[in-house]
Design a protein around this ligand. Structure first.
Ligand code: FE2
Ligand code: FE2
Length: 410
């Protein structure tokens, strides 16, 4: 097969991307497109991007919905190796026979076809042509793949002239082809900044709403560079341990915790982001492992199945994510039960866990609003409904939760 590889940040994935994919398939030059959301962007843009799993799942949802039955797939290959995601590295990884055969097989491509020797094209907009020779190891890119360039009306690039220039530079064997596609007025940065969602697919609109992406107050702008980098790395690592729903939940808790910190104590912003992001990191580990870890971390304090992931999570945050800050570890440990005398950070993570935007277990509008005006009152509202739930089921609360309730006057 001839396969187009379409890499990008996709923050968000929009109609311009879809138009490039459609045009590329229509050109007849390629038979399939693999969309590859970037994990680690080599270029610092000065603005923060959404963590990689958000961009990956948003893109995957859109592709599955809008290209159903067509040969368009989304790959997580950039999550699988460490270090900066340069194009040359991504092409090298994705074109490995062991990877591509399994990947295409998992996408429903028949074995005979998946095992062919494929030809690859890096799919891109024409705007990159004038700078392509400055890309990291551009010569090696062209040894591994051709370039397939989307030429859009009014894009201001003389595609033929640029292709001739690059052929002169890289030799006549450089396989650079172009195709015409329609111009779609969509730029990710404008969509993020302006909240104009007219050029994003329906599923992306839903995804942005569900996870409250691109909110005006982006806490990632308020944390240190080091914390932001840790946050992005942790998000990529969490992808290995959590399914999509829980992974996006735990990332949402990180962002919401940081937003609460910005409201109540900005000095907690960095710790709130990381504690929230990691609070459920151990929840999908094997139960026996959770049990063993919980015991190792806190002895007999937590033995109930539902509670194991909290102390196990603190230990996992320590051992797998390198967290040493005791306040972060406590916020993870007590996020399910609460406890007496909770620190502000613990309260923040506890509340964010219950109120993050993708939570739909009840109408939480009032609690969500109150959380930004009176944190303790919001805690009381959330804890009271928790208490009612226990009472209606005739269940006993953990002694730590009883201390927590009594602190709140419940
Ligand atoms: Fe949890
Ligand atoms: Fe949670």
């Amino acid at each position: 097969m001839n396969i187009g590889l379409f890499g990008g940040q996709f923050d968000p994935f929009h109609n311009g991307h879809e138009s490039i994919i459609r045009g590329a398939l229509k050109s007849g030059i390629i038979d399939a497109v693999i969309v590859i959301p970037s994990a680690r962007n080599p270029f610092k843009t000065g603005s923060q991007v959404s963590a990689a799993p958000y961009r990956f799942y948003m893109t995957k949802n859109a592709v599955e919905q809008d290209f159903e039955g067509e040969n368009v797939f989304v790959s997580d290959v950039e999550f699988m190796y460490s270090g900066t995601s340069y194009t040359v590295t991504t092409i090298k990884q994705i074109t490995k026979p062991s990877y591509i055969r399994t990947f295409l097989g998992s996408c429903g491509i028949k074995q005979k076809q998946a095992h062919q020797n494929h030809k690859y094209y890096w799919l891109t907009g024409s705007d990159v042509l004038p700078k392509f020779d400055q890309w990291y190891e551009s010569e090696k890119i062209l040894e591994q793949a051709g370039l397939l360039v989307a030429s859009r009306p009014g894009d201001g690039v003389d595609v033929d002239e640029q292709i001739a220039r690059l052929r002169k530079l890289f030799g006549p064997s450089a396989d650079i082809k172009s195709f015409r596609t329609e111009q779609v007025a969509a730029a990710s940065s404008d969509i993020r900044a302006g909240h104009d969602l007219s050029e994003v697919p329906e599923s992306v609109k839903e995804f942005i709403a569900t996870h409250a992406l691109y909110s005006d107050e982006d806490p990632l702008m308020s944390v240190s560079q080091k914390t932001a980098e840790d946050y992005y790395e942790n998000a990529i690592k969490l992808y290995r341990y959590l399914g999509p729903k829980r992974l996006l939940h735990t990332l949402n808790v990180g962002i919401l915790s940081a937003r609460y910190a910005l409201r109540y104590d900005t000095s907690l912003c960095d710790r709130a982001l990381i504690a929230g992001q990691l609070h459920d990191c151990a929840k999908e580990l094997d139960e026996s492992l959770q049990k063993e870890m919980a015991y190792r971390y806190s002895g007999e304090l937590f033995t109930e199945k539902k509670l194991l992931h909290s102390p196990a999570g603190a230990l996992f945050a320590q051992e797998e994510f390198g967290i040493t800050d005791p306040d972060i570890l406590d916020a993870i440990t007590y996020h399910t039960t609460g406890r007496g005398n909770m620190s502000l950070l613990e309260k923040i993570v506890y509340l964010a866990d219950k109120l993050e935007p993708s939570r739909t277990y009840a109408d939480l509008e009032k609690e969500r609003q109150t959380a930004f005006t009176d944190l303790d009152e919001a805690l009381r509202m959330v804890a009271a409904s928790m208490k009612r739930k226990f009472e209606s089921r005739g269940q006993e609360m953990h002694p730590l939760s009883l201390d927590f309730m009594s602190d709140l006057g419940l």
